[in-house]
Design a protein around this ligand. Structure first.
Ligand code: 1GP
Length: 250
């Protein structure tokens, strides 16, 4: 089953997914084995692979190592058009719909389109919405766009509706990696109750409690990067908090 189909089915059944974000630049190779092992034991659903820069050339190697060690699907979450690899299972084809930078709305897509068209990757068009996370994030700086303020719930809702009407298959609301303030449950609730496509939430999620609140508010996929880089053991409790949602609701 394709990853997108899995996400749609899970959404229909009220099941939540947990994705561990791996930034090849930040990760020390010796940590990856621990993260893979813990992720496998905790039934992590996906590895999102990406970062704003990726200055080393470890992307292919990292993907091969993950493939060799486990069967958790890998999804590219590219910070720019150079972060492409056929070794992943899927790619989030991101359009930065919260911003007004034409290059990131459609420009880069035109450049990468012919490569993706012939690639074996599952391409999932995704509306990327940057929400203010309390500190200027790398994405904000690199994309030269303004995030949606946390108190402008209506702007977030209308942006997500527009993305869905344009045919984007998922929405990713992100406070940016290392955000001080993660996205509020109010915005998650408002957006999730208005759209039908899967909703991914990430940025600054540091505790299993916050992950849990987010899925209760309607998030379908929770992405955690920084907190896990600092303490890989968090994977277990995060996974329980996210995956147990269905059970307690039933
Ligand atoms: C960033 O949503 C991801 O794009 C994850 O953020 O690294 O803060 O968990 P963190």
């Amino acid at each position: 089953m394709s990853i997108y189909k899995q996400l749609q089915t899970a959404k229909k059944e009220g099941k939540k997914k947990f994705s561990v974000l791996i930034d090849p630049d930040k990760l020390k190779l010796r940590d990856i084995d621990k993260i893979i092992r813990l992720s496998q034991d905790a039934h992590v659903d996906y590895f999102f692979i990406g970062g704003s820069l990726i200055v080393n050339n470890m992307l292919d190697e990292l993907l091969s190592n993950i493939k060799k060690a486990c069967d958790i699907p890998t999804v590219l979450f590219p910070g720019n058009s150079f972060q492409l690899s056929y070794k992943a299972d899927a790619i989030l084809f991101l359009s930065l719909i919260s911003g007004r930078n034409a290059e990131l709305l459609i420009g880069k897509h035109v450049i990468t389109a012919p490569y993706l068209k012939v690639s074996p990757l599952e391409v999932i068009s995704t509306g990327y919405m940057l929400v203010d996370g309390g500190i200027p994030t790398t994405v904000q700086y690199m994309s030269n766009t303004m995030p949606i303020p946390q108190n402008k719930k209506d702007v977030a809702v209308c942006t997500a509706i527009a993305g869905e009407l344009l045919g984007l298959k998922m929405m990713y609301m992100d406070a940016g990696s290392g955000a001080k303030t993660p996205i509020s449950t109010e915005i998650i609730e408002a957006v999730s109750s208005t759209i039908d496509v899967p909703l991914i939430i990430g940025g600054g999620i540091k505790t299993p409690e916050k992950a849990r609140q987010n899925v209760e508010a309607g998030a379908d996929v929770i992405v955690v990067g920084n907190a896990i880089e600092k303490d890989p053991n968090l994977i277990t409790d995060m996974s329980i908090a996210i995956h147990s949602f269905q059970n307690t609701e039933a």
